[in-house]
Design a protein around this ligand. Structure first.
Ligand SMILES: Cc1ncc(COP(=O)(O)O)c(C=O)c1O
Length: 273
């Protein structure tokens, strides 16, 4: 059974409620973070905590909990889930507001969840995505605002793809919930503007150090479409190759050899976490 910590109390999720005056609900004033366990231990906890704290600062919402206390609650939630592996979601909102505008005390939720695994077939066939001209609001913040993606769901389904590739003014940034990389002539390239600082992105960059030449820089859409290999990274996908962007098949549509090297590495890192 999954549990939720809300303002000092841990309860079963079926008994956790938030009041209708919450500014996350009324004004979209909220942020979150999301990580998972491997071998029952939170993966890259330090990095996720730092990003969560940073998002709170950037949104002007006070982070109401100390790192050590948060870790104790996370451990408790994992134990209570009874699962070998689970995901943890932190949600921080502006809190309850008497007039829909003024803030006093933020609301912090920490929730254990099932992991929604990527199916094995997707790792074979890769991901098909469609381009979409858009940059997220305050991209470095993991805000709760994913409305564009939700509005686009019927279009995404109709196009037979599984996600959108954001680009703006000719530059690519990320997918809706994951970062992007490409290989061209064995050089690993990833955009460094208008992106969320993905923890998997950071992990992959570290794993690639010393193995590949790395460039973190703006990437044009034309360059991206012409890449030898393209892949995306996120906490749930780890590394998943992108086989098709709009009508353009990347490489031969199969996972590229360099991508496979990094995929094997991150899979081995998580298996041994
Ligand atoms: C917009 C966006 N970019 C990138 C990522 C990937 O981040 P991470 O690797 O930390 O999961 C996410 C994750 O949800 C995201 O929402």
């Amino acid at each position: 059974m999954h549990h939720c910590y809300l303002n000092g109390e841990v309860k079963p999720i079926t008994e956790s409620f938030i009041h209708i005056s919450d500014l996350g609900l009324l004004r979209g004033y909220g942020l979150f973070d999301y990580f998972r366990t491997y071998n029952g231990k939170p993966f890259q906890w330090e990095l996720y905590w730092k990003r969560f704290d940073n998002s709170a600062q950037k949104m002007g919402i006070e982070n109401p909990i100390a790192k050590e206390t948060a870790y104790e609650i996370v451990t408790q939630l994992i134990q209570k889930s009874g699962l070998k592996e689970c995901a943890i979601r932190f949600v921080l909102t502006g809190g309850y507001s008497p007039d829909g505008m003024s803030t006093s005390k933020p609301n912090l939720l920490m929730i254990s969840e099932d992991i929604h695994h990527v199916d094995a077939l997707s790792y074979q066939s890769g991901m098909k995505v469609m381009t979409y001209e858009f940059v997220r609001d305050i991209p470095e913040v993991k805000s709760t605002d994913y409305k564009h993606l939700l509005i686009l769901q019927p279009t995404i389904k109709k196009a037979g793809v599984s996600d959108v590739l954001f680009h703006k003014n000719g530059e690519v940034s990320e997918l809706s919930r994951s970062n992007v990389f490409h290989f061209k002539n064995n050089v690993l390239v990833t955009p460094n503007e208008n992106i969320l600082n993905g923890i998997t992105r950071q992990t992959v960059l570290e794993l690639a150090l010393g193995k590949f030449k790395i460039e973190e820089r703006p990437v044009s859409l034309a360059e991206f479409l012409n890449a030898d290999e393209v892949f995306t990274t996120s906490s749930t996908k780890r590394i998943l190759h992108i086989s098709k962007i709009d009508d353009k098949v990347i490489g031969n549509g199969k996972i590229g050899k360099n991508t496979k090297v990094l995929q094997d590495q991150i899979n081995s890192m998580t298996q041994n976490w």
